[in-house]
Design a protein around this ligand. Structure first.
Ligand SMILES: [Zn+2]
Length: 467
């Protein structure tokens, strides 16, 4: 071997050794405990029972309503009853908004009632409603193309349908009409905005949802039509009619209110300051009882931590912090406040890894990790995926923020994983009156908790760094 080859070989061996030095293996014990937890969780109905209680004994949980107040109390009491070591709440200031009257009718060319709902923070129509012809746009981009001021005295109607995908990929492209359509409609001079619901069903249920307004009101009244009603308008247009609509929306700006993040912890036995964050959002839209969005996530996270706690006398090394996020639907309000406070007090550095369950109650099929996870921790995520293999979960490529309420934490560099759920039917129910407990399959809830116990336990117990 010449010198050059020797140096190359020695460098290679040295690199391998130092790489191996940084890799903290998953111990036999951690591996077998995670497998046992998974098997135990798969036979345990506690998440289903927690969800039943939340959706039945509390119901809808929209910020600023008695339902939200009851949910916060429910969360505190339930976390205590489940044996969490520490239970507390954190106040979050926000602006409240409530829906009131919402009716719509086609008055020409024939009289027909329509099923509609106001979008979040929609402004009211005049007290007696308004009457106007609709102008049809095939999508948001088409509305953008209309000349400014060209819709004076008209209602802008956007009719494109959200596409159905297992991973919900149709949501983002369709959603812009809901979030920003009101601004463009106002710019074009329209009296109001009417959109086809952002949903994949064919039921006569409208889908509500947030607009991009943080406080106050949308620029014009902004309303979603049920899918069959949107189809009806499109057919009338195809017959060559110009439908005239009567619309009455009355909503209320509640001004400043306080919501809360509800937090329960399983205190770490060796590194209590290091935190693994899991959770779901406690608030829901007001139309249904928030079973799939996001009572399921709340229940999965609570059951996961509680199962880990009750499994042995000794808690995992790190603290498991279950956060029932407040006011997600109106713009991740609780999550933003939480992240801002941790950035300011520096405790963001102790957030080791996190994830939120907020994509319904379908089974988990994939495990993704964020790009910022240390290469030396990827083998742990791979081990989690292999332990979840029996549940039908496989390791998936792609970056993730770990769920909506994790976005502010991910933006501050907290590593995240995503337990990808089958959301093929999620947008049939999402934000509708049909989001109710009966839609949830108990076996899928068990499967979710089984996967979540593997992730949560290993993240809290494996002593290496994810950063
Ligand atoms: Zn949600």
């Amino acid at each position: 071997m010449n010198l050059k080859k020797w140096v190359a070989a020695a460098t290679f061996v040295f690199t391998l050794t130092s790489y191996a030095d940084n890799i903290v293996p998953v111990s036999e014990e951690t591996h077998s405990t995670a497998a046992a937890l998974r098997d135990k969780a798969f036979k345990d109905d506690s998440a289903y029972e927690i969800l039943k209680s939340l959706t039945t004994e509390v119901g809808a949980r929209h910020p600023g309503t008695p339902g939200e107040k009851a949910a916060i109390e429910w969360g505190v009491n339930k976390l205590k009853a489940l044996g969490f070591d520490k239970v507390y709440t954190e106040d979050v200031k926000m602006n409240g908004w409530l829906r009131g009257v919402e009716t719509a009718e086609i008055i020409l060319p024939s009289y027909q009632k329509m099923i509609i709902t106001a979008l979040g923070r929609s402004k009211s129509t005049p007290k007696k409603g308004l009457e106007a012809e609709i102008v049809h746009f095939k999508n948001y981009a088409a509305l953008e193309q209309a000349p400014d001021g060209s819709l004076k005295g008209k209602i802008a109607f956007i009719s494109n349908r959200m596409e159905r995908f297992k991973n919900g990929a149709g949501y983002g492209p369709a959603n812009i009409a809901r979030s920003k359509g009101h601004e463009i409609a106002a710019q074009k001079g329209a009296e109001a905005l009417l959109i086809r619901s952002i949903g994949t069903d064919d039921h006569r249920n409208p889908h509500t949802g947030a607009t991009n307004v943080a406080m106050g009101y949308t620029e014009v009244p902004a309303v979603a039509l049920s899918n069959p009603d949107a189809d009806q308008l499109v057919r009338l247009l195809e017959y060559g009619h110009t439908p005239k609509i009567r619309l009455n929306i009355q909503t209320k700006d509640l001004g400043p209110i306080v919501t809360k993040n509800v937090i329960g912890e399983i205190t770490g036995s060796e590194r209590p300051d290091e935190v693994v964050v899991i959770g779901g959002h406690l608030d829901s839209w007001d139309l249904g009882t928030g079973a799939v969005d996001d009572g399921a996530g709340v229940a999965i996270a609570m059951a996961t931590a509680s199962l880990i706690k009750s499994n042995t006398d000794k808690n995992p090394r790190r603290t498991i912090r279950v956060i029932l996020w407040g006011a997600e639907e109106l713009g991740l309000i609780g999550a933003r406040a939480y992240a801002k406070a941790r950035e300011e007090d520096g405790s963001i550095a102790n957030h080791i890894i996190g994830s939120e369950s907020d994509f319904g109650a379908g089974p988990v099929y994939g495990l993704q990790s964020s790009n910022n996870i240390s290469p030396n921790a990827l083998h742990v995520v791979d081990t989690m995926a292999s332990l979840m293999g029996e549940l039908g979960v496989t390791r998936r490529p792609g970056n993730t923020s770990g769920g909506p309420d994790m976005i502010p934490l991910a933006a501050l560099g907290v590593p995240a994983i995503n337990l990808m759920q089958n959301g093929t039917d999620y947008f049939d129910l999402h934000h509708t009156p049909d989001d109710t407990f009966d839609k949830v399959n108990p076996e899928n809830m068990r499967q979710n908790v089984a996967a979540w116990t593997v992730f949560t336990f290993m993240a809290a117990q494996w002593p290496g760094s994810f950063k």
